[in-house]
Write a protein that binds this ligand. Structure first.
Ligand code: FE2
Length: 486
């Protein structure tokens, strides 16, 4: 491919940090993440033009890289039909070296355009004031068309498209900046050809597995049409220096494409800065649309119909498990994989924490109540392999249980605690109190969780919808700290 033959400096003015306004549409990158600590070897040693040239010698580069000056367009979206929207990031596996980008366009001919991501360490782009176009920074993917469908039956003739590009070979624990879209560079003139690129986004790769460096992640669930309330509070979500978000399902009321376009549009200031990993709720009724638009880990050990429904990945010293709790049959079918996955993670010396999340709570004293098939199928595995914390949604309130093992209360950290945090602006439910309830709050307050992991210590801070770190007059709805033995 010609893109392997050269390095081209790319448009400077529209991607310089100081030129990126701190608006919802354009991430203010410098504040998104702190600079990484200076290691003896790592990102800093790999930064700079020399490193970029070295990477151009990656497999596939057939000759020395050739610098090509590229004209600077004022805008990188020259055709509104091809302007990216619903841009978001996930991981399919190696969170330390890869990121998966997914987005939509009104233009839907997948045979005509090649989707690309240009992604480069923030420090390099900041130093040069521009991206470098080359084999280590530009990745190509594919587009896939789909229609709204339910159980294989098309509900509409509207043809949608999802563009997916996987960026790989990234440097762990490093801040990157990126754009996604369409466009190539002329080798002869160095000019961009028909550029249609997103605004500048950012992401930080995970530290290598087993890292005990502190980090933060966020868990939320159940929005179901609460986009206006989310939008009104987006600044406080973006302000949290989280490395990723987990979402416990029920993003939408029915999972139709207009709902997804609305939800992703509102969430985009976050999803262009943070990886967001979801599980399917019962309200993602058009399930195909959910699985089409989110690229999640696909484990070959699972039956094909359960891939991406149940998944796990490692982030530093945390093993994250996402499960599909939607039916008893599905839950039963996931158990063999879940047990094998938890057995491996619990025996892994690099893993201190296993956090499992899914939509239907094992224990809840609110409207829907406890979920028998979660208790029967998932909970025994959690207890057997020492999972300390599960997080669910579905009941639109907040509840934390006492530690439970074998259906009875046990001492602190002698069994998992089960959290329901299902009020990210879905219609509120009242909270209840049963023998297993340690803390609960009415859904009117709304909620979202910040989890700070520092080696063997995990601290959870639960905020109301109007709360958040540093928000005047707000205090957490709940706080708890778990520790692992040294
Ligand atoms: Fe639900």
């Amino acid at each position: 491919m010609t893109r392997l033959l050269w390095i081209a400096s790319l448009a400077a003015a529209s991607c310089r940090f100081e030129d990126v306004p701190p608006t919802a549409a354009a991430p203010d990158l410098p504040s998104a993440s702190p600079a990484p600590a200076a290691p003896d070897a790592g990102p800093e040693e790999d930064a700079g033009p020399e490193a970029a040239a070295d990477r151009a010698d990656a497999p596939g580069a057939s000759e020395a890289p050739k610098a090509v000056a590229v004209a600077t367009p004022d805008s990188w979206a020259t055709d509104p039909e091809k302007a990216p929207y619903s841009v978001h990031m996930t991981w399919e596996g190696e969170a330390d070296t890869s990121v998966v980008f997914t987005w939509a366009t009104a233009f839907n001919d997948v045979a005509v355009e090649v989707p690309r991501v240009i992604i480069q360490p923030k420090a390099e782009v900041e130093a040069a004031g521009q991206f470098t176009w080359g084999p280590a920074t530009v990745f190509e993917g594919e587009g896939a068309n789909y229609k709204e469908s339910l159980l294989g039956v098309d509900l509409s003739n509207d043809l949608h498209v999802v563009w997916t590009v996987r960026a790989t070979g990234l440097v762990p624990d490093t801040d990157y900046v990126w754009r996604v879209g369409f466009g190539d560079v002329s080798l002869e003139t160095g000019e961009l050809k028909d550029p249609n690129w997103s605004e500048l986004g950012s992401v930080r790769t995970a530290p290598v597995k087993g890292s005990r460096a502190p980090f933060t992640f966020v868990v939320a669930g159940d929005s179901r049409g609460g986009e206006s309330e989310i939008a009104a509070r987006m600044d406080r979500y973006v302000a949290v220096d989280a490395r990723f978000w987990l979402f416990t399902g029920d993003m939408t009321v029915g999972g139709t494409q207009p709902e997804w376009d609305s939800w992703m549009g509102v969430m985009q200031p976050l999803t262009t800065r943070r990886v967001l990993l979801p599980v399917q709720g019962n309200h993602e009724i058009l399930a195909d649309l959910y699985y089409t638009q989110f690229a999640l880990p696909s484990h070959p050990e699972l039956p094909e119909h359960l891939r991406e429904h149940a998944w796990s990945l490692d982030y530093g010293n945390v093993h994250i498990v996402g499960l599909d709790s939607n039916t008893q049959v599905l839950a039963e079918e996931q158990v063999p994989w879940l047990e094998a996955d938890l057995a491996a993670a619990s025996a892994d010396p690099d893993i201190d924490w296993i956090v499992a999340f899914f939509h239907h709570p094992a224990y809840s004293a609110s409207n829907h109540g406890s979920t028998s098939w979660v208790q029967k199928n998932f909970v025994p595995a959690f207890e057997k392999f020492g999972v300390p914390l599960t997080i669910a949604g579905h009941d639109h309130n907040y509840e934390r249980t006492v530690p439970i093992k074998g259906g009875a209360e046990v001492g602190w950290q002698e069994g998992p605690i089960h959290v329901t945090a299902g009020a990210f602006f879905a219609p509120a439910y009242s909270n209840g109190k049963k023998w297993f309830t340690a803390v609960s709050h009415h859904g009117d307050l709304r909620n979202w969780m910040i989890l700070d992991v520092d080696g063997k210590v995990l601290k959870a801070t639960v905020w109301s919808g109007d709360g958040g770190p540093g928000v005047p007059g707000q205090s957490p709805l709940d706080e708890f700290t778990l520790t692992r033995p040294e």
